[in-house]
Design a protein around this ligand. Sequence first.
Ligand SMILES: *Cc1c(COP(=O)(O)O)cnc(C)c1O
Length: 408
Amino acid sequence: MSPVPSPSTMRDSFLVFGAPAIGDAEIAEVVASLKSGWLGTGRKVAQFERDFLAYKRASHAIAVSSCTAALRLSLLAAGIGPGDEVITTALTFCATVNAIIHAGATPVLVDVDPATMNLDVEQAAARVTSKTRAILPVHFAGRPCNMEALMALAERRGLKLIEDCAHAIEAEFQGRPTGTFGEFGCFSFYVTKNITTGEGGMVLTRRAEDADRIKVLALHGMSQDAWKRFGDEGYTHYHVVAAGFKFNMMDLQAAIGIHQLRRIEPMWAQRQEIWRRYQDAFDGWPLTAPAEPEPDTRHAYHLYTVLIDEARSGISRDAFLNAMTARQIGVGVHYLSLPEHPYYQQAFGWKPEDYPHATRIGRQTVSLPLSPKLTDQDVKDVIAAVQQVLHRVPERAGAALRKPGEPS
Ligand SMILES: *Cc1c(COP(=O)(O)O)cnc(C)c1O
């Protein structure tokens, strides 16, 4: 007799967190690129830039190798360097703040609003000094920041605005697309993001001079003519006009991005539906579900995050992560707050207790799978697993599933 009755919620395969939905069109375009012999930066990158520009209703777009590169180049083009301070949020991926550090500037953190998990604009205003040159907000989980308040602050204090839109390709604030408010908008096409090119990023900018400078800096600092080497208009000499970087996107990557972008809206609608199903399913359960999207905004539904407060949920966050994994559901943590990491503590003296909301969220947060690749059954499995872990019922199945040492 089998001692372990298989609970109905137990999947037979692991549900990978953040798996991208890659279609046949992407695969065919990559194969066509490979067969054409043109793998590097060329026509497909130019097309992806044009398509992205049209989607975002922006002025200039430069495709790069990552959002990290996009942030790095934007800070440089904004003229930010040693002696300057840049204000950003305590609750973000390390790349946001590393880009500021690599620019030679000093990052200044502010805590988040506990409901929106976006940078608290009033606290940002309070941290502005004579050295502050820019604000770098992150549209966390795909929820747009209050750009009206941020624009007003930037204008009042003469600051540049650089938007980290890694979570927020489809987001809008008062009908205007994210990444078009500030001088620069930076996007990510990393595998787990809303659309992917494997690795990749994009900068949106309003001014042609900034676009030209970023383009040059993204390719070794070689003059614009260098890009014509990729065309068939005959040989062109290039000149190095700056000490640039190797941050260009390849046609192989753009081949994926072009087709991902064509499906961006149906994929957004699928994630919205899953997000809504989770909201309905967890209503009344002992966890904190995300706030509803604010009126007159468009949420990009990049992450669905719940907070697990041990006192209320009856299980610690880390035990919850393990219990979900034991039930074959891949989960994520976005993010431990920046002041929790030893490097930043040592370099800047940041203390978690100075950012209480970001710290608490970082210690309680769990991201559930939210991808257009999820089937109806996958979503049901996620919901059932969460309810089972929180309910600690059915007892027998729960006991059988629990790993030795895992809290009950
Ligand atoms: C993913 C991410 C980045 C970095 O994007 P890459 O394309 O991987 O460099 C930056 N900021 C935030 C908030 C992110 O989630």
